[in-house]
Write a protein that binds this ligand. Structure first.
Ligand code: ZN
Ligand code: ZN
Ligand code: FE
Length: 762
């Protein structure tokens, strides 16, 4: 008799719901091995037996040939006494023990499914809900773990005999594909009017396609909620959508039939093409071509367009039908969360959509599209959601106990962490809206169940007004750990890069609550995970009217001018001064003089606002960071010349005096220099400031690593200029590529900081 060995192998990572067990079955069969494979709550457990050489091959191939959606985090094998298995079998899931399973994000339809979709001979021809173990909905339909059909929103659909046969056949691509369906047994499309009344049609896609081409607005139910779709080529149609949505300025995303069409609209690099076509299918911000035919209304004053390719079979059919780009924006009124429940969608969107293209597969978890940019050949996430969440970020320093981090107020995400993994949530949104706040609370409960994490500590932002902080403090019986906003930004950047620290952390954003109770936002810290020290910041300037000054950049411009020129500012030969409201301005001047409702801020975002207003870009904004974004878009040319600035190093922290920048901008404006050039010089100046301050800090501390974080680093021009300068000066530079530099990333930072503080306390 031949030599035989038996191994028990456990595989952890994203290994459920991705075709892992049938893959193991096929592999074992190919190598003539006996045994079993099953899912349990920690991953996949394989009991395998056969010739030692074949077992070695098996172990190698297990990782090397794993299915496309699998993410293997760990493989452990132990020897067992031989049992003389004669066959290999797939066993049922077990529900027991500690859950340590990762859940796959929703992924785009795979090439094989798309081929079936287009094949008139196939029984799933034109069926908008086909999927297989390599593709389809996951996170948004999963109610609990282990991942089985009965714990998804597909539970109510009983498989037909044909689907059942595929589902039970280990050689089939749909073996245990939990959401599998066909026209005979699965979800169905239907069309309703704006009031939710059924519109009879034999071909919903054809019907809706024709309406879209006529210029109608249609709410389309996708993976994680509803989109609002309309013709992206006609300005009037898009204007009408904006009007109904009360979203007057924010750029809208478009969906484009295929990559070739995208290339006709935008410049597409190889990395961008790869990202667009990846199974994650995010919205990618791409530079518009000169001759881009997309309606200006889609992304006014923006050199970029947010573009995505179809990612569900439904989108694919719809895009084939209309064969042109469509606006595909979140199905909501401005500031509300995206609608995902059918009744709620009809209630909230009936004033916007003329028709609904909907279906009876429920969305259990709302999930927005992810938004990415590509900078220096790498991804820069602006919103990490569909296709990415809920995959965890693996951290350098394991969590010594389970932690909940509640994130910020705007662009909220939360984070549940345990062991080596930080499960950063999908995009939740701005907590000011009650519905969004509720989905924050419910989301936390859902994640706790899915990943079986019972937090033993809770981390939150120092800002007493953040609802996420108030929620954290309302949880009783747990240690509460406050984390300063910019420390969290820097720590999030360190954590995603596996950087141990300490680093020089450059945290620039609009607003964050400082340890001294003031509003910070142009910060240079020296930080490791448990500590930080504020070594420098931008000069403080009053925010006349507080929140009002954030919505009205002209107030910032006036505050800066007043700081530099005093009363003489009114004599400056500037359009800005000619526009200045002579009734309001004296009141504001007095407010500042008396220190009434004029808190001081070191915010970099507000400096952007001031310059944007001086350049005449905008005196009021309709969404966060609008002026800064438009200033980035305006900048043109490769100005390397910088405006003067000074670093006042007398006290601690050092202060970057910004007078020279304002003076320089004013001089250039009075000389009639073009605004795009001034904007470019402004960006170059900020790059110089960061370089200069980092060099000073390096002299003081010997540190040569810099982490760049905070919402300002969504600005690609600034990020590129800064990374270039720092690298040339010999710094090792860490930037974001896995979590957003904006407040969507701070929950990760809070979690790692809280963990380090707790570890120190022991
Ligand atoms: Zn597929
Ligand atoms: Zn079926
Ligand atoms: Fe921030």
């Amino acid at each position: 008799m031949q030599m035989r060995d038996r191994r028990k192998i456990t595989v952890q990572g994203v290994v459920q719901g991705v075709g892992f067990r049938p893959f193991v079955y096929r592999l074992a069969s190919r190598l003539g091995l006996g045994g079993t494979v099953r899912n349990d709550t920690t991953g996949v457990v394989i009991d395998v037996e056969g010739e030692p050489a074949s077992l070695d091959t098996f172990l190698q191939a297990l990782v090397a040939e794993a299915p496309p959606l699998a993410v293997i985090e760990r493989v452990a094998a132990e020897r067992k006494p031989v049992r003389h298995y004669t066959t290999f079998a797939i066993e049922k899931s077990e529900v027991q023990g500690e859950k340590a399973v990762f859940i796959s994000p929703d992924v785009a339809a795979c090439p094989e499914c798309l081929r079936e979709l287009a094949d008139p001979q196939d029984r799933r021809y034109h069926y908008p809900f086909l999927n297989c173990t390599h593709c389809g909905p996951r996170f948004t339909i999963i109610i609990g773990v282990p991942y089985d059909r009965e714990r998804t929103t597909m539970a109510g659909f009983t498989m037909c005999p044909a689907c059942r046969a595929e589902y039970e056949d280990p050689r089939d691509r749909r073996f245990h594909a939990q959401p599998t369906a066909c026209p005979a047994c699965g979800p169905r499309l239907r069309v309703t009017d704006s009031q939710g009344n059924e519109v009879p049609t034999s071909d919903p896609i054809d019907f809706v396609g024709a309406r879209l081409q006529e210029g109608k607005i249609v709410a389309v139910k996708g993976l994680g909620g509803y989109h609002l779709a309309c013709d992206a080529l006609q300005d009037e149609v898009v204007r009408e959508l904006r009007k109904r949505k009360h979203r007057e300025a924010k750029p809208l995303a478009i969906m484009v039939p295929d990559l070739d069409t995208v290339r006709r609209l935008c410049e597409v690099s190889d990395v961008e093409a790869k990202l667009l076509t990846s199974p994650r299918r995010p919205i990618v911000l791409l530079r518009k071509r000169e001759d881009c035919p997309i309606a200006e209304e889609v992304a006014p004053r923006n050199r970029y367009l947010g573009v995505m390719l179809p990612y569900t079979p439904l989108h694919d059919l719809l895009m084939r039908q209309v064969a042109q780009p469509l606006v595909m924006t979140s199905g909501n009124l401005t500031e509300e969360p995206i609608a995902y429940e059918d009744d709620d969608a009809i209630g909230r969107l009936s004033g916007i959509a003329d028709y609904f293209l909907t279906h009876n597969r429920l969305v259990h978890m709302r999930c927005d599209d992810s938004v990415m940019r590509v900078v220096l050949g790498r991804e820069l996430p602006l919103r990490r959601s569909r296709g990415y969440a809920p995959l965890p970020i693996r951290v350098f320093m394991p969590f010594s106990l389970p932690i909940l981090a509640c994130g910020g107020q705007l662009k909220n995400t939360f984070c549940l962490a345990r062991g080596e993994y930080a499960f950063l949530s999908h995009h939740i949104g701005d907590l000011d809206d009650y519905r969004t706040y509720r989905s924050f609370v419910e989301g936390i409960e859902h994640f706790k169940r899915l990943f079986d994490i019972a937090p033993e500590a809770v981390a939150y932002d120092l800002h007493p007004g953040y609802l996420s902080s108030q929620y954290a403090l309302s949880l009783e019986g747990l240690p509460h750990i406050a984390v300063q906003h910019h420390h969290a930004h820097v720590a999030s950047c360190m954590a995603e890069n596996g950087c141990e620290g300490p680093v020089i952390g450059v945290a620039w954003d609009g607003t964050g609550y400082g340890s001294d109770g003031r509003i910070w936002g142009g910060e240079f810290l020296v930080a490791d995970y448990s500590h930080f020290k504020r070594l420098a910041h931008l000069e403080e300037i009053p925010l006349p009217g507080g929140e009002q000054a954030i919505r009205q950049p002209w107030r910032m411009a006036a505050a800066y001018l007043h700081r530099v020129y005093g009363e003489a500012m009114e004599g400056l030969n500037l359009d800005f001064i000619r526009r200045l409201d002579r009734r309001v301005w004296p009141i504001i001047r007095q407010m500042m003089a008396r220190g009434v409702n004029s808190p001081l801020t070191s915010s970099a975002g507000r400096l952007f606002d001031a310059v944007a207003a001086l350049l005449g870009l905008r005196d009021e904004v309709q969404y966060e960071a609008q002026a800064a974004l438009e200033l980035e878009m305006l900048a043109d040319g490769t100005a390397t010349e910088a405006y003067p600035f000074r670093i006042l190093s007398g006290g601690r922290p050092m202060v970057v005096e910004t007078k020279g920048i304002i003076k320089g901008v004013v001089q250039d404006l009075t000389r009639g220099e073009p605004a795009p050039l001034i904007a470019a010089k402004f960006h170059a100046t900020l790059g110089e400031i960061i370089l200069e301050v980092c060099c000073r800090i390096r002299e003081l501390t010997g540190l040569g690593q810099v982490a760049l974080s905070g919402g300002v680093f969504q600005n690609v021009r600034l990020l590129t200029a800064t990374v270039g300068r720092l690298t040339a000066a010999g710094f090792a530079v860490y930037t974001h590529s896995r979590v957003p530099p904006n407040d969507g990333g701070i929950a990760l930072g809070q979690a790692v900081v809280a963990n380090a503080i707790l570890a120190k306390g022991r």
